[in-house]
Design a protein. Structure first.
Length: 583
C-alpha cells in the first residue's frame, strides 16, 4: 500500500470527495497499530459526512475501516464487517459483494477460517477482474497467500506467485507485485536458501523504507527465521526488542523475548516479563494469535508451569494440522504440531506427543520446509530415544536430518542431529553409537577401559592408573601403543563415522585421560541425577532407570565397587515406601 497523504479530520472536501481521498490511500492491510487506529478514526469522520449517501463509497470505506480495525480491535472489526455485509445485501452489485467478502476475510483471521478466506479471496479477485476494481488486488492476494500457507498448500501458493511474476509489469502500481516480493522471500526461507532469502528480505525492507512505510515486524520475523537456520538465534534479540518498541500492542514480540530469554537461561528476566502478559483468553484473536499461542507453548514447556501448559495445549489442539504464519503471512513460525507435541511430552502425555511430533514431520515434508523438516525429524528421534521407542527409526531420522543440514548449511541443526552415544551400565553393559549401532567389541581391554572411564565419572586420571588395572604385570613404558589402540577402539565404538572431533568423547590431556560425560548419555549418570530430585515423578523415573546393579558383569573389580555400592544405596532408599523415607 502506498500512502498518498492523510485526509485531515477538518476537510474542505465534500462527503464523496473526502471518501475518495481516503480510499486513495489504499486498503490498509499492512499498517502498524497506531496508523491503523488513526485511519479508522478518519473513516469514522468521513462516514459521518456520508450519512445521507447510501452508495458504494460507504461500502468501500467501511471495508477499509474493518481492515484497519483488524490490526487493533478484532471484535470491532467483526461488527464493522457485518455492517458492510448488511449494506451489500441491499446493494446487490458485484463490487459491493467483493468489498463485503474482503471485510469478512480480515475480520475472521483465526486459522479455522482459512479455507473460507481462500475461497472468498479467489472470488474477490475474479470480481475485481470482471469489474476493473483493481484496488482490491493487494489486500485480497495477501489473504489468499496467507490462507494457502496456513493450509500447507504450497503448490497453489507457487502457482499464484508465478501468475504475479508473469503479470508483474501491469501490477507495479497496485502494490500487488511488492507483496509478491515478500512471499518470494518466504519461499526461499522454506527452501532453506538463506543467502537468497537474506538478500530478498534486506531489499524488500529497503524498498518499504523508501516508500515511507517500513514493515519492521515482517522484516524482523523473516530475518529471525534466517538467523535460526544459520544457528545465529542469539542475534534475534535486537530485532525482537525493536519490534516490541514499534508495535507495543502486538504480544508476539513480548512472548518471543520471554521464549528467547528462557532458552538462554535468563530466567528471572523472562519471568518478570511474563507477568506483563494477559490471560490466554484475553489475547486478541487477530492475525498474530496463532503465532503468539505457538510461542506460548514453547514458554510453557521451558517454564514448567503445568497450569499454563494445560491451558495452552487445550487452546492449540484444534489447530494441530496448521502451519503458523506470522502477521500478514509472509513469515513462517513452523508447524503447530511440533510445539504441541513437545508440550504434551512435558505433561507426560506420550501418545499424544508422539502423534503430533509425527504429524510435524509429515507436514513439514509435504510443504518442503527443509529446515523445519530436519528439526521435526531430530525432535521425533530424540523423543524416541528418550522413551526407548524401538518402533520409531530414530537413528535413520537423525541421519537423514544431518544430510539435509549439511546440504543446506544449517549448522545448529546439524549439531543437534549428531545424537550422543548411549551407554548402559545398570544391569547389562551396552554401547550404542552416535549412528545407532550396537558396539561389537574386538578388544576386551578397550571394553574394560571404557567401563573404568565411566566409573571415574569424568574425573581425569593418569594413563598409568588404567594401564596398571588392565595389564598389571607389565611396565607402563611398554604399554603406550596398546593403550592408544584401546582408546581408538573406544572412539570408533562411540563414533564409527568420525562425525565429531577426536577429543569429543574421550579426552587426553598430557598424561591424563577422561570421558567427556556431557557428550555421552550414560544411564548411571541419568539415574544419579534424577534420584536427587525431590518430586515423586523423578523418583519413579529413577526407579525405572535402575535395571540392575552398575557393572554387574564385574562383581570383583576394585574400580567398580565404590560407584556400584553408592548407586545401590540410593536405589534402596528410593525403593522404600514413602512413609519410611520420612522417618
Amino acid at each position: 500500500m502506498r500512502l498518498q497523504g492523510p485526509v485531515p479530520l477538518a476537510s474542505p472536501l465534500g462527503p464523496l470527495e473526502s471518501a475518495e481521498a481516503l480510499l486513495a490511500e489504499g486498503l490498509p492491510f499492512d499498517l502498524d497499530t497506531n496508523s491503523a487506529q488513526d485511519f479508522s478514526t478518519r473513516c469514522d469522520h468521513v462516514l459521518t459526512l456520508l450519512a445521507d449517501h447510501d452508495d458504494i463509497s460507504s461500502v468501500k470505506l467501511r471495508t477499509a475501516q474493518a481492515i484497519a480495525q483488524s490490526h487493533f480491535d478484532p471484535r470491532q472489526a467483526t461488527k464493522t464487517a457485518e455492517t458492510v455485509i448488511n449494506s451489500t445485501q441491499k446493494a446487490g452489485d458485484d463490487i459491493s459483494r467483493a468489498y463485503a467478502l474482503t471485510a469478512w476475510n480480515y475480520a475472521h483471521s483465526k486459522p479455522e477460517h482459512s479455507e473460507q478466506r481462500a475461497a472468498n479471496a479467489l472470488q474477490v479477485l475474479e470480481l475485481a477482474d470482471k469489474s476493473g476494481e483493481y484496488a482490491l488486488y493487494p489486500a485480497s492476494y495477501v489473504i489468499l497467500l496467507i490462507a494457502l500457507l496456513e493450509q500447507g498448500n504450497i503448490r497453489s501458493l507457487d502457482v499464484e506467485l508465478l501468475k504475479i511474476r508473469e503479470a508483474r509489469t501491469g501490477l507495479e502500481e497496485t502494490g500487488h507485485a511488492h507483496i509478491a516480493d515478500w512471499f518470494e522471500c518466504l519461499r526461499s526461507i522454506l527452501d532453506g536458501d538463506t543467502e537468497l532469502a537474506e538478500a530478498q528480505a534486506d531489499a524488500n525492507y529497503l524498498e518499504t523504507t523508501k516508500n515511507g512505510n517500513p514493515n519492521l515486524a515482517l522484516y524482523t520475523t523473516q530475518k529471525g527465521m534466517i538467523r535460526w537456520m544459520r544457528g545465529e538465534i542469539a542475534g534475534a534479540e535486537e530485532g525482537f526488542l525493536a519490534a516490541r518498541r514499534a508495535y507495543p500492542d502486538q504480544l508476539l514480540w513480548t512472548v518471543s523475548l520471554v521464549w528467547l530469554w528462557l532458552a538462554q537461561g535468563r530466567r528471572s528476566a523472562a519471568l518478570s516479563m511474563m507477568k506483563t502478559l494477559p490471560r490466554i483468553d484475553d489475547i486478541p484473536e487477530d492475525r498474530y494469535w496463532l503465532s503468539t499461542m505457538t510461542v506460548l507453548a514453547e514458554i510453557a514447556r521451558l517454564h514448567g508451569s503445568r497450569e499454563l501448559s494445560e491451558s495452552v495445549k487445550s487452546t492449540l489442539e484444534p489447530h494441530a494440522k496448521r502451519l503458523v504464519p506470522v502477521g500478514v503471512g509472509v513469515a513462517f513460525w513452523g508447524t503447530c504440531a511440533r510445539s504441541l507435541g513437545l508440550l504434551e511430552e512435558s505433561l507426560g502425555l506420550l501418545e499424544d506427543a508422539r502423534q503430533h511430533l509425527e504429524l510435524a514431520v509429515d507436514t513439514s515434508a509435504r510443504i518442503g520446509a527443509m529446515a523445519w523438516h530436519a528439526e521435526a525429524q531430530i525432535e521425533l528421534a530424540e523423543f524416541a530415544l528418550r522413551h526407548d521407542l524401538s518402533d520409531i527409526p530414530a537413528h535413520e531420522l537423525l541421519t537423514e536430518a544431518r544430510l539435509t543440514c549439511q546440504a543446506r548449511s544449517f549448522p545448529a541443526l546439524a549439531r543437534r542431529s549428531m545424537q550422543k552415544p548411549k551407554i548402559n551400565v545398570l544391569g547389562r553393559f551396552e554401547v550404542v553409537s552416535m549412528c545407532g549401532n550396537r558396539a561389537e567389541w574386538s578388544s576386551r581391554k578397550a571394553r574394560d577401559l571404557l567401563k573404568m572411564l565411566i566409573a571415574a565419572r569424568g574425573t581425569a586420571r593418569s594413563r598409568e592408573v588404567y594401564m596398571h588395572a588392565l595389564w598389571p604385570d607389565e611396565s607402563p613404558e611398554s604399554l603406550a601403543n596398546r593403550f592408544s589402540v584401546a582408546l581408538n577402539v573406544i572412539r570408533r565404538a562411540l563414533d564409527p563415522e568420525k562425525l565429531m572431533p577426536t577429543q569429543h568423547h574421550v579426552v587426553t590431556e598430557g598424561d591424563a585421560v577422561y570421558l567427556a560425560t556431557e557428550n555421552v548419555n550414560i544411564d548411571l549418570e541419568q539415574f544419579l541425577t534424577t534420584a536427587q530430585q525431590p518430586d515423586d515423578e523423578s523418583r519413579q523415573k529413577a526407579l525405572a532407570l535402575y535395571r540392575g546393579d552398575a557393572f554387574s558383569e564385574d562383581p570383583y573389580s576394585d574400580w567398580a565397587n565404590n560407584i556400584r555400592e553408592h548407586a545401590r544405596r540410593i536405589y534402596e532408599r528410593l525403593d522404600e515406601p514413602p512413609s519410611s523415607l520420612l522417618s
